[in-house]
Design a protein. Sequence first.
Length: 409
Amino acid sequence: MMSFGGNRSNNSNRKERLAFFLQCVISLSSIHTNRAFAPTSAPHENKCDGQLCSQLIAISAVSQNSGRRGKFHPRKQKALDQFESNFELRMAMHENEYYFNDETNEDQTFLDNDSSVKERREFLKAMFAASSLAAVSTTTSSAANAYEKAYPVTLDFEGNDTSRNLENMRTERISSQKAKAKQTKEDLLQNPLSFKDKKDVFGSIAWGGAIWLLSGSRSNPLVKPIANALYDTSTKKGQWVKDRNEGMFSQVPLAFSILMGILFLVIGVITDRVLLFSTEGDSNVVLQLAGVSLIGGASLELGRIASGEKMKTRENAERDENLANEFEEFASKKLIYGQGGSIHRSEVIKAFRRYFAKYRVENEEYPLGDLEIEQLLRGWNRRMGNLETMSSAGFIKNVKINAQAEIQM
């Protein structure tokens, strides 16, 4: 059992810090209050200020005593006489009376409001202290509300309730899958062609399509023997079989395509059954393998179409044969081989189009591109045994155009 019980000590430390903060705030507020109501200084009490303050205080005291007793001491009388004759002392007395009378009025007004201001400050101080105590009491958790975080090392289920035990759930799932696979295997032994689940149907179809594509689709090895057994090559219906036998590509009839589809579906069912036996009835694995094989076969078929690997039709083969014969005729009269020199492919293309008038302009009846003429030139150069191939710039060495034949034309 692992526990983390440091909450109580943290709460007590928080209480002490908040109490110390409240004491500091209350002491600071009392200091400001005492400063506000501190007594005034001596110059304010004596109503004088400056260098002549001591003399003015003495004269004021003599005047007050004279009012009470009615007589003066000779020295005091002398001081009064000096005051009356000293213009500077009299001016200072008048200025101090004028200045300190104004301040006395202001101080009197302030002192009148002293009691009400003091009461307000005491009230605010008490209210602040009460709100602070309330905040402390609500934010800090008491010992009754504190709890310890504990995490068990092992999970024990009360009353042997294993409905939430992940290990048991995993074990039950594996056992269920094994039991289902075993049941599937037993069903296959009793009836190999039975389909108990949709996965069996989809798996058989996927395997049939995958084998059809991987074997070459319409050019697969089973097409020729089955077609020769079913069609007569001497008839019009069997013409496509004759083309296939001669190495050319021809369109397969619809009926024969349906027959091949049924045949490969049967092959797919057999493949699916064999793999189910091999995997001990695990239909999920068999279906996944079928899907991967189907995707691979489709990719190969797209590659065959893009690269032109499909066999040529009879029309394409006859056209290519005619073009090869025409170029042989042109080369025998217009090209000279083995006497040095060089020629560019563009010169050969222009000369070939001039030699055969039907290829001078593009038309739908006799379509021919410059690339096809270049391929014919490369093939003729190889057949002549020339070791010099066409360069990247389009030149061929040891071949030149017959200038005399051009003049005769």
